[in-house]
Design a protein around this ligand. Structure first.
Ligand SMILES: [Zn+2]
Length: 421
């Protein structure tokens, strides 16, 4: 029995004769943006849409809630006056290379300028990238100044200990044939699994093979730039870079079971240093909580690790995750370098990361990495020893001079705190 009032009429998105009829073709990889075509994922004029899904990643559901509650006009068109980038980015050759960028729209930051001929005809085209300026106040940076590791210079690091940055927010825009190629799967198969495993969220994945763009309801990424953003594309300017995956527990709340926040703030400190010495720093923050398995899974794993016989140990670190989640890691670093290519990066002088997966993805995408920098030992919290030793044993990068347990027996000895402690 139905216990809700049905709305009068719903047009199914899979009926392409009713919607998508005035949609602009997208030629992904075309050099000229007008030939490439704008991504139209807004729903104010359904007939203009040429993408599956809608804007704002996972927040699209909140937008729907605001509409349902009557607080948001369904046909609202954003007023983009004064919203332009504070610093121009690109275009670069990588923007028209479908092997380099498939998970974001390189023209997504300049839609009001680039696609004006369409906007003036009434197309509702929304930006998927925004660039602005900010000051950062970070306790660890204050500590680095106190200990003499950093010195305010009045330009990058102000006397107030504020760091001046440029930052860019980037929403995911997936070109499905390119995404399938990165994973080495057939596009039709990828579309079918995406449709089925989201509980049938987007029927067009299977009914409209002509629509090649998906705006997936997932988290976005944010880039923080220290120094002049234009220097990112110059391989002769020293670049220090960290690509960081979200860990709310550590990054925001200071939980000590992992090295995420210490690694992040170390990356920021090194980025500031590089920028002060005439180079440029970049931190890219990806919303991929708990290796993209989510925080519920992550907390379940913490309990399973701490309660297993013998307690939390480095030798069982990855095994416990696989038992609970079915997979050790779901971050898929394959798309991560796209953001780097958006900035036109060709060379990273200092990569602040131990992850072999991140390193491989960056190098395989055609970016040179001169040096990998691991976290200084004194920055690793005690309870995070389990994580870091397990990662080293699993093939994460370890500098030659560093010491750690060599074999599995030794790995067994690296223990974490008990649940009750
Ligand atoms: Zn963490």
């Amino acid at each position: 029995m139905e216990n809700f009032k049905k709305s009068s009429h719903v047009v199914l998105t899979s009926h392409y004769k009713q919607i998508f009829k005035k949609s602009i073709e997208i030629k992904w990889g075309a050099k000229n943006p007008l030939e490439r075509g704008p991504v139209v994922g807004t729903i104010s004029e359904k007939e203009n849409r040429n993408a599956i899904g809608t804007h704002s990643g996972s927040y699209t559901v909140y937008r729907a809630l605001s509409i349902a509650s009557g607080q948001y006009e369904r046909d609202h068109k954003p007023d983009l006056k004064n919203t332009d980038m504070t610093t121009e980015v690109g275009p670069f050759d990588s923007w028209s290379d479908p092997r380099k960028i498939v998970s974001l729209d390189p023209w997504g930051a300049s839609v009001s300028k680039t696609f004006d001929p369409y906007i003036s005809k009434g197309y509702n085209i929304a930006p998927t990238i925004a660039v602005t300026q900010a000051h950062l106040q970070i306790p660890e940076i204050g500590e680095a100044i106190e200990k003499g590791r950093l010195k305010p210079d009045g330009k990058i690091l102000l006397p107030s200990n504020d760091i001046k940055v440029t930052k860019a927010a980037i929403e995911p825009v997936w070109y499905l044939p390119g995404i399938a190629e990165r994973f080495g799967v057939e596009e039709g198969e990828l579309r079918k699994v995406l449709f089925e495993e989201t509980g049938g969220m987007f029927p067009e994945l299977v009914t409209r093979p002509d629509l090649k763009i998906l705006l997936p309801p997932i988290g976005s990424s944010t880039a923080y730039i220290f120094g002049n953003p234009k220097d990112l594309s110059d391989p002769n300017v020293t670049l220090t870079c960290r690509v960081h995956d979200e860990c709310n527990g550590s990054d925001v709340f200071g939980s000590d079971i992992c090295t995420c926040r210490p690694y992040l703030t170390h990356g920021i400190e090194e980025s500031v240093k590089t920028a002060q010495n005439g180079g440029v720093g970049l931190i890219v923050y990806f919303r991929k909580e708990g290796r993209a398995l989510g925080e519920v899974t992550k907390f379940l794993v913490y309990n399973a690790r701490k309660r297993q016989s013998g307690g939390d140990s480095a030798s069982n670190y990855f095994y416990r995750t696989e038992c609970v989640a079915g997979v050790v890691d779901a971050r898929f670093q394959e798309f991560m370098p796209d953001v780097l290519h958006w900035f036109g990066i060709k060379k990273i002088h200092n990569l602040i990361s131990m992850s072999d997966m991140k390193y491989d993805a960056i190098v395989n995408s055609g970016i040179e990495v001169s040096q990998r920098v691991s976290i200084p030992d004194e920055l690793v919290p005690d309870d995070a020893r389990v994580e870091i030793e397990a990662k080293k044993a699993a093939g994460y990068y370890v500098p030659e001079e560093s010491e750690g347990p060599g074999d599995i027996k030794e790995l067994d000895k690296v223990k974490g705190r008990d649940l009750d402690d």
